[in-house]
Design a protein around this ligand. Structure first.
Ligand code: ADP
Length: 645
């Protein structure tokens, strides 16, 4: 019984042991090994992702994207050495093989295009597509490729790189689908990594592109600023030059030569030119002639330089005729230029602009440099502006020169006239004195008795001699006053001069039945005057009043102190002077319209009086209302120092 029991117990233990091992082998062991396997797979995958991510970087150049793709594919292939990894890219409806990894039988051709609907499907769905046996699907066109790589099963993983970039697809091929489950996460990981990297890179590229674009824009702006800056400097230089030119025109140089020469110097400095010359048109010779004061040309050379306006081969002549500016890079090698002068002055670059004043062209300006291709169109434009200024200046100088010449000639003529008058008057006066002397002797009866007719004739002769003498005296006076006659100034009492003049004229007034009165008060302030000349002025005015006021008229002479001056007036109640003649009576040789034939005179008395008064620093004027007489007045400044005694 016990034995049975022991036996039964032993049998039971053995059964339990067996059951344990049975169960262990059947359930636990496979699970344990599966657990270990999946732990290893997890560890491998973690290592794979860590390693690849550590090496991952965002490429800065699009071409580097290929390198990083290769790196991922190599890593993938290393993880699954028995697989064939093919990378496709879609373009124009076809898939091009862009990379592969595997030992292959024959080298496949990269960039060959393939068309397999499974590739399109995978790409359209954006999902992994699995073919355990590619032959089960229609893979026409892929046979050769699959055969090269020994692909029987395929796992396709599409991915889309950055927007706009072509779609890509990794084909994970193998002899059998055994690896597919394991490869799944790897493929997904690689595809998503490559797609993210592409997107990040794309952003980077576009940022970089933007940055480059901005950089080049900034560079362009900086360059533009540079150009604008140097333009501004150029403009400032031009303004300065223009300012200098205009100042020269208004400056002290009053002859054309030094004025133009200063301007040509400014132009030479401004343009950094070696030769600057103006060629002005000489009408008498019909030639363009270099004017004096040219820059960089000796006077001797200048004399050799003139071009007939008929010579159309000359660029200067053409500019002169057409008024169009001309510019050449090399005057010595330009068929449009007379090279003779360019060679003579060793000029290469040349600009020619017209010098015109309004519609009239007066010449051209030539600016040359020894350097080739030296001048710019901007400079040509500026030169044209200077030429316009120059035209005005040349014109101004020419006018000034002409005026000075005329003034000089007039001065000369005036001097000759004065000398002539003085000589002739003197020569005339001497015989007249003789005639007058003999006439008065004959009239006195000392040399025998005269009949009435003889007496009349001799009286007329005497009067004529008087008139002639007075004309000559007036002419002499006028000539002296026009010259440099000095007034012999002294302290003079005008009231006294008036008194003397009136008393001398009383007889004459009486003869003409004129009531002549002196109303100038005594005690007027003294004036600085030349007694002889001022007495002559008072006499002239009194004689005129007696002459023109006519019989029965009243003439009064007044004197008054008015502030700084003493005013003397001769007033009559004769016919007066018409308004239109009043401004003319002080002109030389002017005689009133009514006076000419009725009253003898020379038309010089008032002109002499005006000249005398003005030489004293005084003024003479006339107040007259026709029919109501005349009032001639003159004012002389009161003498400054106090009275003597
Ligand atoms: P003249 O007396 O020799 O003609 P004047 O120069 O003295 O030359 O005078 C110029 C003119 O002025 C005279 O011809 C006359 O017409 C006019 N004139 C001068 N004084 C008077 C006056 N008191 N009344 C009217 N006319 C006068």
């Amino acid at each position: 019984m016990l034995q049975e029991l022991v036996g039964a117990g032993a049998l039971g233990a053995a059964g339990a042991f067996g059951a344990y091992w049975y169960l262990k082998f059947r359930d636990v062991l496979p699970k344990e090994s599966a657990l270990r396997a999946s732990q290893k797979a997890l560890a491998d995958f973690t290592t794979f992702t860590r390693e690849t991510m550590e090496r991952a970087y965002a490429p800065e150049q699009p071409e580097h994207y290929g390198d990083i793709t290769n790196y991922y594919l190599i890593k993938l292939h290393k993880a699954f050495p028995d697989s064939s990894i093919l990378l496709f890219e879609k373009g124009a409806g076809q898939w091009r093989l862009v990379n592969y990894l595997k030992h292959f039988k024959a080298e496949p051709k990269l960039l060959t295009s393939y068309k397999w609907s499974a590739l399109d499907r995978s790409s359209a769905e954006g999902e992994l597509l699995r073919f355990d046996d590619v032959r089960a699907g229609d893979y026409a066109g892929m046979e050769e490729l699959f055969s090269i790589f020994g692909v029987r099963s395929a796992l396709m993983c599409p991915f889309r790189p950055a927007a706009g970039a072509p779609e890509r697809l990794i084909l994970f091929g193998a002899q059998s689908p055994a690896l597919f489950d394991a490869a799944h996460p790897y493929l997904r990981f690689v595809a998503s990594q490559l797609s993210s990297i592409s997107k990040v890179s794309d952003k980077l590229f576009s940022l970089k592109k933007e940055a480059d674009q901005l950089k080049s824009e900034v560079n362009a702006v900086v360059k533009e600023l540079d150009v604008a800056g140097s333009r501004l400097i150029q403009r400032a230089k031009e303004r300065k030059a223009l300012y200098e030119v205009v100042t020269k025109a208004a400056g002290p140089d009053k002859d054309a030569q030094s004025g133009c020469s200063s301007i040509l110097n400014i132009v030479a400095k401004m343009m950094e030119a070696d030769v600057v010359a103006t060629l002005l048109f000489d009408e008498s010779k019909n030639e363009l002639v270099v004017s004096p004061g040219a820059y960089g040309i000796s006077d001797e050379d200048r004399m050799l330089y003139s071009i007939p306006v008929s010579n159309q081969a000359s660029a200067s002549v053409r500019t002169f005729l057409s008024r169009k500016p001309f510019i050449t890079e090399d005057a010595q090698d330009d068929p449009d230029v007379l090279t003779r002068y360019a060679k003579l002055w060793e000029i290469h670059s040349l600009m020619i602009v017209p010098i015109s004043l309004h519609d009239r062209i007066i010449g051209v300006m030539r600016v040359g440099s020894r350097r080739k291709d030296f001048f710019t169109p901007d400079q040509l434009e500026f030169l044209s502006i200077i030429a316009d200024e120059l035209a005005i200046i040349i014109e101004m100088f020419t006018l000034y020169e002409n005026l000075s010449r005329t003034a000089q000639e007039l001065g000369q003529l005036n001097k000759m006239k004065d000398e002539f008058l003085a000589t002739v008057s003197h020569e005339l006066k001497t015989p007249l004195t003789t005639i007058k002397g003999f006439v008065s002797v004959i009239l006195s009866g000392e040399v025998g008795p005269l009949n009435e007719q003889q007496t009349n004739f001799l009286n007329v002769t005497d009067q004529s001699v008087n008139r002639l003498t007075s004309l000559i005296t007036n002419l002499l006076d006028l000539s002296r006053l026009g010259g440099k006659v000095e007034m012999e100034l002294g302290r003079v009492d005008l009231a006294e001069l008036v008194r003397v003049s009136v008393s001398t004229m009383l007889l004459k007034a009486k003869e003409g039945s004129v009531d002549l009165r002196n109303e100038a008060p005594r005690g007027l302030p003294q004036v600085n005057a030349d007694t002889r000349w001022i007495s002559q002025v008072i006499d002239n005015l009194v004689i005129n009043a007696i002459k023109y006021a006519g019989k029965g008229a009243q003439v009064k002479v007044t004197g008054v102190e008015k502030g700084e001056v003493v005013v003397v007036c001769v007033e009559d109640n004769g016919p007066g002077i018409p308004a239109e003649e009043q401004k003319l009576v002080f002109d030389k040789f002017y005689r009133g319209r009514t006076s000419v034939n009725q009253v003898p005179g020379t038309g010089l008395g008032l002109a002499i009086s005006k000249s005398v008064v003005e030489k004293h620093g005084g003024k003479i004027w006339l107040e007259s209302k026709p029919g109501k007489g005349c009032k001639f007045c003159f004012a002389l400044p009161v003498a400054k120092t106090p009275k003597e005694g």
